[in-house]
Design a protein around this ligand. Structure first.
Ligand SMILES: O=P(O)(O)OC[C@H]1O[C@H](OP(=O)(O)OP(=O)(O)O)[C@H](O)[C@@H]1O
Ligand SMILES: NC(=O)CC[C@H](N)C(=O)O
Ligand SMILES: [Mg+2]
Length: 508
């Protein structure tokens, strides 16, 4: 998952872009970048690292201009080289930059087409560089010296025709404006907001509404699946549905884990969805295990807290924060390698033994993916003196890879793959394991916006919403992106210290 942002303001956008990225850090911890544009130059700073490490004062001072886009990266394609940090930039036509959240499922085919038919060179293994070049080629095909919104919309329509998979995108067109669009399924989230200032209205796009809140913008609405919204440098807003048959099917895992609870996405409050997940999971325990002997409910911080609290309430049991989280360690699941993930669980969480001693504890997590967290946490609970350790997951078993922007490409690495629930319980060492049912998870989210008929729940049910994900494709991705393959592929050129490029200004 990555975080993306775009701002067109009436004063320098650099600080607001930085502040917005900082709040989207939970979506990507590997690399960060900001690209801004003043009258006729773009300025770019990107590198591996978290937002606070990548941007120093001298970079911020160099990021001039009232409009810009930004990105925090959690790689799902290519490698972790700083050369694949975003935003990406191409100078033709006009000067275009792109920040992408998601993952293309036909990247190989597109790369080939770009090379053979469009005569474009792709310099990294990133699917986002491919996406930018498809857009650039399509804009080149329709554009005139004087660029107009209809040209942009035609290019986005062509992107929808050519690209498959998930893409929520913010882009900057030099001297012209910023734009945002989503794939026709709206798999990844993207919101649009504005704020009034003495100098006039300012506009912002972001992966999650929490970024708008923190930077001081009001949420206007979500970018619709397939839609493109663009704001030109004169502050005119243009929007158009660019997909022929958009079908709204947002990723359910955003609600389970990725998004911040204080975000609204696709009309659904993430916090309330997690409360409902807790409510439904408690309902299941009452149904299937009415004579349970749980003494206390303990969340595994951070993400499961909301669901665990509601579960305890529904089960009429005490809720205790039995694990303390080191606030200086980031999210474990989105770390690149298994060794690092394993080590970080122990560095991150420690048990308060009095909450465990001689008790039957119900540990609650939002999900069990590789089992890295649950296995270690259950052992920690036992070491702290728990009598019985039960485990509840607010999401169903993750049994299938995700190909839409979550880096879980390898079936073999998923603890739920080819295991029954009893076998998973044994593998993680739990005395009992209770999973949320998929229908309950979907209903917990849908209750927030009943207009949404479908969610992409492929990692739970193996049904890939874009219809193009074949077993052969899954095999290929698994071979390319399992943890050991990734270890052999990292590297590449270093990131950009501040780059400033003079680009053509065109009449407007
Ligand atoms: O089964 P696993 O492969 O361990 O993955 C699942 C765990 O990873 C995530 O936590 P993470 O530490 O990333 O973030 P959090 O602090 O937001 O819960 C998630 O909340 C689960 O705890
Ligand atoms: N998680 C994401 O959204 C990743 C975006 C893009 N596929 C990359 O790897 O950089
Ligand atoms: Mg967690």
């Amino acid at each position: 998952m990555c975080g993306i942002i775009g701002i067109l303001g009436k004063s320098p956008a650099n600080q607001a872009l930085y502040d917005g990225l900082l709040v989207l850090q939970h979506r990507g911890q590997d690399a960060a970048g900001i690209l801004t544009c003043d009258d006729n130059r773009i300025h770019l700073r990107k590198d591996n690292g978290q937002v606070r490490d990548v941007f120093q004062e001298r970079h911020m001072l160099g990021l001039k201009g009232n409009m810009g886009i930004g990105h925090v990266r959690y790689p799902t394609a290519g490698c972790d080289s700083p050369a694949e940090a975003q935003p990406f930039y191409v100078n033709s036509p006009y000067g275009l930059a792109l920040a992408h959240n998601g993952n293309l499922t036909n990247a190989d085919q597109l790369k080939d087409e770009l090379y053979r038919e469009d005569l474009r060179h792709i310099n990294t293994d990133s699917d986002s560089e491919i996406l930018l070049n498809v857009f650039a080629h399509e804009l080149q095909a329709v554009a005139k010296l004087r660029l107009a919104p209809e040209h942009i919309f035609k290019a986005v329509s062509a992107v929808h025709r050519r690209c498959r998979g998930a893409y929520a995108v913010t882009m900057l067109v030099t001297g012209f404006g910023i734009l945002a669009y989503r794939d026709p399924w709206g798999i990844r989230p993207l919101v649009y907001g504005k704020r009034e200032t003495d100098q006039g209205t300012e506009y912002m796009f972001a992966s999650e509404s929490v970024a708008l809140d923190v930077v001081g913008f009001d949420l206007v609405r979500d970018v619709a699946p397939g839609e493109c919204i663009m704001v030109d440098v004169n502050g005119q807003v243009h929007s158009q549905q660019c997909a022929e048959k958009p079908i709204h099917a947002p990723c359910i895992f955003e609600f389970v884990y990725f998004a911040r609870p204080d975000s609204m996405m696709d009309g659904i409050y993430v916090h309330k969805t997690r409360l409902r997940m807790g409510e439904r999971l408690a309902g299941k325990i009452k149904r299937v295990w009415p004579d349970h002997d749980i003494d206390v409910v303990i969340p595994i911080p951070d993400t499961s807290r909301t669901a665990a609290l509601q579960m305890a309430y529904e089960l009429d049991l005490p809720y205790r924060e039995g694990f303390i989280k080191n606030r200086y360690i980031g999210r474990t699941f989105i770390m690149p390698g298994q060794a690092e993930r394993k080590k970080s669980v122990r560095q991150k969480l420690n048990a308060i033994d009095v909450e465990f001693r001689r008790k039957n504890v119900l540990l609650v997590d939002d999900s069990i993916v590789r089992g890295t967290t649950s296995k270690q946490i259950i052992q920690m609970a036992r070491d702290a003196g728990a009598r019985k350790v039960y485990f509840a997951s607010a999401a169903p078993p993750v049994r299938f890879p995700n190909v839409y922007g979550i880096d879980m490409p390898s079936r073999q690495e998923l603890i739920g793959h080819n295991r029954t629930e009893a076998q998973i319980a044994e593998a993680i060492g739990a005395d009992k394991l209770i999973y949320q049912d998929l229908e309950d998870l979907i209903e917990a989210a849908r209750e927030g916006n009943p207009k949404i008929q479908k969610f992409d729940a492929s990692c739970f049910n193996g049904e890939y919403i874009t219809g193009d994900v074949t077993p052969a494709y899954l095999d290929r991705v698994e071979n390319q992106r399992n943890d050991s393959a990734k270890n052999t592929r990292s590297g590449g050129q270093s990131g950009n210290d501040l780059v400033t490029a003079e680009v053509l200004t065109f009449p407007r």
